[in-house]
Design a protein around this ligand. Sequence first.
Ligand code: BG6
Ligand code: MG
Length: 216
Amino acid sequence: MAKIKGLIFDLDGIITDTAEYHYLGWKQLAEEEGMEFDRDFNEKFRGVSRLECLDLLLEKNNREITFEKRKRMAERKNNYYNEYLKTIDRNNLLDGIFDILQRSKRAGYKMAIASASKNTKTVIEKLDIGDMFNAISDGYSVKKTKPAPDLFLHTAKKLNLKPEECVVFEDAKAGIDAALAANMTAVGIGPESRVGHADYRFDSVKDIDLTKILEF
Ligand code: BG6
Ligand code: MG
């Protein structure tokens, strides 16, 4: 096995819990449009791009709309989401993540963010953690979204590392699929039913035991 030299972190659900704000944004749009939507269905949106989430919502509600209307709806949801983003700061880091970032940085690992979100830069700025990372990839970086390996492969290249030298931390099924497809070590955060196929799994970020994954 290759020596691990880089750590790649998903953003939403690993660094910070923005899933609730995404949920509230989608809920407002769904209510205004008279569409059915609940927390359970929101779980399907983990790691999935904005337009693909909207398509899932439209499909659930048997709605067919024009491309233009679809674009406007996605934009509206994003505006609602951005209102919530205005309220976040360092206190919104998930329990235990700052310690993990600091320890790995001190240990000399290269570090990156790889998120499907087009709001990645805003979120990182609000959390004030940009200086921890050597590379940041987001929803603009590649065409093919998770579960395709493209975003992680693009990120490894930016870090100047081979895929097998990278570990990915992910909370989404699509994210674990993408990491494994990229030939990287996958660490899943969440229930067995969602990320059980990862190389390592922990219930939550604060349960991550780096010594099990890396040579400290
Ligand atoms: C992912 C989230 O990180 O980003 C998804 O897990 C979200 O729920 C996706 O849909 C896209 O986010 P954004 O900010 O581009 O709408
Ligand atoms: Mg995520």
